[in-house]
Design a protein around this ligand. Structure first.
Ligand code: SF4
Ligand code: SF4
Length: 473
């Protein structure tokens, strides 16, 4: 099947040039004016002042450069000294007041810093009152992504971004030599080399590779038929190459909930490529997935996926990356795994696990779950299963591969401090997050292993036990 390619379109409905296929999207001068326009709106608003390092730098630099800052703060400075109000009033009679907009004073390096510090958590989007269709049409995360994509187009995609974006290639090689690859990830000399050559932080705990991929496990599993609800599992690269126990738990729980599970051929969702500036690479993967997932959707099934970032990518980016009805059809059928299982549970299709089997849980809600606005389903699922759940609703600062990069590693750990404190103060027996990379960050900060809610549920039914239950380490 051939999917349609974006053709000539009327772009008058996209005056700010924010659609990937709008030629204006790639125009550097237009991007500059757009950054200026949006930074001015944000400066007037400042609702996101404490969300992330990107806004912190933006507002701090504007304040540092603002010629009227001291006046606005009620201070009057003359010759470096704060002076009295009546003296200031006298002086101001002889002064020409500059009306320079402080956003005009931002240097290129300031703007570059704001862009590179955005780790695409997307939390500012649902918070913003000016997102489209508001006439201001502010889409801050996409504007930051646009700047990165234009940068990559002009300067080329950096080797590190190519490496981090090649999840299927790297995963299939590493799983073949998993014991060696995992030992190398703990070797100090090797990590120093990785830090200096490709810029992966030497102290970042990396995910281990599995000796058997989820795909291999699935291929040798005897088919189970008879479920009344068809679902197709989009397992994600992390589950396939790093932690197949999440995929096995998903299959276990879905089958207990009366589902007939299918695992169609699939490739990476494309988010790591897009984050690294390779839009065309991401689009190729999206086209491939739309082709292979569409038959399951047309057969009436949902596509369920255990990775919040991958779910977000499939649901929100695929309609634009794969224009036409097919991309939209697949996107509309995608559901977060915890959300889907909870629906089945509430429809009484899933038996409750034995009382006390889940225990005391600190559940971290991933940013990419929050922005999808379907509620805190992982938490609710664990509560439904009898867990005593404390919500940890702070960004963990990992955000895909951003927190792995040498230059952002320290910032990433700093962002995670609030989340780690909340985990510790909950004194949990088990830590949980739908996002495995957030789990990795929480492990780095607290020493406690984190599990997907469905993995905890499967263990509560008597499935594969958690590696260190009750101690959290
Ligand atoms: S997407 Fe996240 S990191 Fe980027 S600007 Fe918004 S809140 Fe900050
Ligand atoms: S992104 Fe929206 S909510 Fe956040 S500071 Fe800018 S205008 Fe305000």
């Amino acid at each position: 099947m051939r999917l349609p390619i974006a053709g000539q379109q009327d772009w008058s409905a996209d005056p700010h040039g924010m659609a990937y296929d709008n030629p204006q999207f790639w125009d550097g001068a237009h991007l500059e004016s757009e950054l200026h326009r949006v930074f001015e709106i944000c400066n007037g608003c400042r609702l996101c002042f404490n969300l992330c390092p990107s806004f912190d730098v933006l507002f701090r630099r504007i304040d540092e450069l603002d010629p009227h800052r001291e006046e606005a703060e009620g201070k009057h400075i003359e010759g470096g000294k704060i002076i009295e109000e009546h003296e200031a009033a006298e002086l101001l009679k002889h002064v020409t007041v500059s009306t320079e907009n402080p956003v005009n004073l931002l240097h290129d390096e300031d703007k570059h810093r704001v862009v590179e510090l955005c780790y695409e958590c997307k939390l500012c989007f649902p918070k913003c009152p000016y997102v489209p269709p508001h006439e201001f049409a502010v889409d801050f995360p996409k504007l930051m992504l646009r700047a990165k994509l234009i940068g990559a187009k002009e300067e080329g995609i950096a080797p590190r971004e190519r490496f981090l974006g090649a999840t299927d290639l790297v995963g299939s090689v590493m799983t073949r030599v998993a014991p060696l690859a995992n030992a190398a990830a703990h070797n100090a000399f090797n990590r120093m080399l990785m830090d200096r050559t490709i810029g992966i932080a030497k102290d970042r705990q990396l995910p281990a590779y599995a000796e058997e991929t989820f795909a291999t496990w699935w291929s040798r599993r005897a088919p189970v038929a008879g479920g009344e609800t068809p679902v197709a599992l989009f397992a994600t690269c992390y589950v396939n190459y790093n932690d197949p126990t999440i995929g096995k738990a998903a299959v276990d729980v879905l089958e207990k909930a009366g589902c007939e599970v299918e695992y169609p051929e699939q490739v990476c969702c494309g988010m790591p490529k897009m984050d690294g500036g390779d839009l065309e690479g991401a689009r190729k993967l999206a086209r491939r997935n739309v082709e292979t997932l569409l038959p399951a959707v047309r057969a009436g099934g949902k596509i369920v996926t255990p990775g919040p970032s991958c779910t977000l990518m499939l649901r929100t980016e695929y309609p634009e990356l794969v224009p036409g009805p097919e991309g939209r059809e697949v996107a509309d059928a995608v559901m977060d795994l915890s959300d889907f299982v909870l629906q089945q549970a509430r429809a009484k299709k899933l038996p409750k696990p034995p009382a006390g089997a889940v225990g005391k849980v600190a559940y971290h809600v991933a940013c990419h779950n929050r922005v999808q606005n379907f509620g805190y389903r992982g938490r609710d699922l664990l509560k439904w299963a009898g867990g005593d759940v404390t919500l940890v609703d702070r960004c963990c600062g990992m955000d895909g591969t951003w927190g792995m990069k040498s230059e952002f590693f320290a910032d990433s750990l700093k962002v995670a401090e609030g989340a780690a404190r909340r985990v510790e103060s909950a004194e949990p027996e088990v830590v949980s997050s739908d996002c495995p990379l957030a789990g990795l960050q929480l492990k780095q900060k607290t020493g406690r292993t984190s599990y997907h809610p469905v993995r905890i549920l499967s263990a509560a039914y008597g499935g594969e036990p958690l590696r260190s239950p009750r101690k959290g380490t």
